[in-house]
Design a protein around this ligand. Structure first.
Ligand SMILES: C[S@@+](CC[C@H](N)C(=O)[O-])C[C@H]1O[C@@H](n2cnc3c(N)ncnc32)[C@H](O)[C@@H]1O
Ligand SMILES: [Zn+2]
Length: 394
């Protein structure tokens, strides 16, 4: 067996491949572990705890050395029966060792191809309350199996590491894999999450299952979504009504969202390309995200708390955001501070929050015209402040 190191993640002891702790790219052989995904797992723990209920079943369907599954079995306040699946026997051996290291008795280990296993759990009495999909690359191949193996009201969580595809670097691949046109602009991660959710919606919908997103977050390296499965044709139809398009104008910076693709900018009439189809509905369930944030704070799950906190309130905003740089360049005025523009919009009575899925940008319920006006006003004020003293109005 390759050399292992003992680490503690959350409240769980884990044996992980030594090389994964020293190399920038963790090796995939003989088995894979990514220490940088600890925040991803922290959030999993917090959300699974927050979803509540008494006890439950959790399938870590691409388990690797069991970092997520073992943590779920070990750190939740209620009993969770965890099944860890991987087709790599060496990874599963380490996962078993990790369960033993935490004195866990109720874990199952299944050496299987993930879809073969998930499709074998299609019968109602064999489904799970939670199914996690954490593949290398796109999760699309596992979506149907995951939703089929999840109980009505249960939660599917999935990671996508093909961020570049979903963010528009390879639009043809995005069309092929996700049947969607991506958008490569200042809110591309949010658009990517919405394309990913719509792929879940479409694939779950093929079996008359609807989805209700609970949470979504993004980093440069991966995207992550959590969605409840709601069984029934009416639920699937309700989800389908959240499908739509988003566009942003290259020329003037205006943005919009509609149930049909938009071809002309409402603001300046320029030709625009719409991203989608994508999920236009809410990205989070604020009650669960709030509860997960509490779990994170109490459990001292630092990075998780920060990401969850950033999400609160996002359900009140349209499915896009604004970039101050984009607007100052369209207006041909010098750069201004984003916080100033946000303050100005808030004092004009609009809702405003930082864009949680990007490094910069903000969301608001103000129209593009009102946002541009706030940017101009802040820019004018900055001009006055920068002017030489004698030129200042008295
Ligand atoms: C990204 S790793 C999972 C990491 C793990 N969830 C964690 O948090 O440490 C993906 C795992 O899926 C396994 N895998 C890849 N394709 C699979 C398939 N089709 N069926 C079963 N296991 C698969 C790999 O052996 C690898 O252990
Ligand atoms: Zn325009």
């Amino acid at each position: 067996m390759s050399s292992l190191r003992r680490i503690v993640e959350g409240r769980t002891t884990l044996f992980v491949p030594s090389a994964s702790l020293t190399r920038t790219e963790p090796p995939t052989t003989p088995f894979f572990f990514n220490p940088a995904a600890s925040v991803n797992r922290d959030i999993s723990i917090a959300i699974t705890e927050a979803v509540g209920g008494g006890g439950g079943t959790f399938c870590d369907s691409l388990a690797g050395v069991g970092a997520r599954g073992v943590r779920v079995a070990n750190e939740l306040s209620r009993r969770m029966d965890v099944t860890m699946v991987d087709f790599n026997p060496s990874a599963l051996r380490v996962a078993k060792r990790n369960a033993r290291a935490n004195s866990l008795k109720r874990c199952d280990f299944v050496r299987s191809e993930a879809n073969t296993f998930l499709f074998s759990r299609f019968r109602r009495d064999s489904k799970f309350d939670f199914v996690d999909i954490d593949p290398f690359g796109t999760p699309v191949p596992y979506m149907q199996g995951a939703f089929g193996a999840t109980a009505d009201g249960g939660v599917v969580s999935l990671t996508s590491t093909d961020t570049a595809v979903l963010c528009g670097v390879y639009p043809e691949v995005c069309r092929r894999r996700y049947s969607s046109v991506p958008l490569k602009n200042d809110f591309k991660h949010e658009t990517a999450l919405r394309i990913l959710l719509n792929a879940c919606r479409r694939i779950a919908g093929m079996n008359d299952i609807g989805i209700e997103p609970i949470a979504a977050h993004s980093t440069r390296h991966y995207l992550r979504v959590y969605a409840r499965a709601r069984v029934g044709a009416a639920q699937a139809d309700r989800s389908r009504r959240q499908e739509g398009f988003i566009a942003s104008c290259e020329r003037c910076g205006e943005r919009g969202s509609s149930s049909l693709p938009m071809v002309r900018c409402d603001g300046c009439g320029a030709k625009i390309l719409s991203a989608g189809p994508l999920w236009r509905g809410p990205l989070i369930d604020p009650r669960i995200v709030g509860a997960a944030l509490n779990v994170s704070r109490i459990g001292n799950l630092g990075g998780g708390a920060k990401a969850l906190e950033a999400l609160l309130g996002v359900e009140h905003f349209p499915p896009y955001s604004y970039s101050v740089e984009r607007i100052t360049s369209a207006l041909k005025v010098p750069g201004v501070s984003q916080s100033e523009v946000m303050r100005r919009l808030a004092s004009n009575g609009y809702r405003v929050m930082r864009q949680p899925f990007e490094k910069t940008g903000f969301k608001t319920d103000a129209s593009y015209g009102a946002v541009a006006e706030a940017v101009s006003a802040v820019s004018r004020d900055a001009d006055v402040e920068d002017a030489p003293l004698q030129a200042r109005p008295t």
